[in-house]
Design a binder for this molecule. Sequence first.
Ligand SMILES: NC(=O)c1ccc[n+]([C@@H]2O[C@H](COP(=O)([O-])OP(=O)(O)OC[C@H]3O[C@@H](n4cnc5c(N)ncnc54)[C@H](O)[C@@H]3O)[C@@H](O)[C@H]2O)c1
Length: 187
Amino acid sequence: MNNKTRRDFLKKSALGGAALAIPFSAKSYNNIIGANDRIHLGVAGINSRGGAHIRAAGRYNEDTKVIALCDVDNRLFGKTIAKFDNLNSKDITTYGDFRKMLENKNIDAVTIASPDHWHAPMAIMAMNAGKDVYCEKPFSHNPQEGEWMIQAQKKTGKVLQIGNQQRSSPTSTQLVKDIKSGLIGKA
Ligand SMILES: NC(=O)c1ccc[n+]([C@@H]2O[C@H](COP(=O)([O-])OP(=O)(O)OC[C@H]3O[C@@H](n4cnc5c(N)ncnc54)[C@H](O)[C@@H]3O)[C@@H](O)[C@H]2O)c1
């Protein structure tokens, strides 16, 4: 992929199409190109939704590479690596502690699919460690945590994106329109 196409890819940030999108800051983009021609990802919380992150990254195999998995349930590592074609055991480092994963300088961005109460602490720690972040909904566990996430984003300049697929999918927006227009009666 040439640089223009790569920039377009990053701008559109279409990792996983409508299902998952990860934008990257110009700074991390430069680091990526300098260090290796791929965006290196660490995925936290790999059971269910984390698998969707890994699968989505695989659609852009030339441009993204999952190099780290983090989960407190170490039984999941072997199964997950075996399940996805885009994961290769010799390239993957596994972590039981998210903070340790953040020490990996080769990781450009992390995706977070751990339970809700971990979203804010992980996202804030990741941005402070210089990683861009894609995090599952809900944004945070309570409004105060949301404020702290925004503060961390502003302070670090890292990219923070929250996945709320159901809000923006064409099926959902059409259904909302239909309901509002009275298709199933008065709301
Ligand atoms: N965007 C969407 O449309 C969408 C859809 C489903 C779920 N979600 C969200 O994704 C998140 C995960 O949902 P799920 O269904 O995959 O849950 P899950 O329980 O299947 O998976 C969560 C994983 O996180 C791991 N985990 C827990 N604490 C951890 C920690 N401190 N460090 C590392 N790993 C840890 C668990 O061991 C588990 O493997 C939830 O917040 C959920 O709301 C979003």
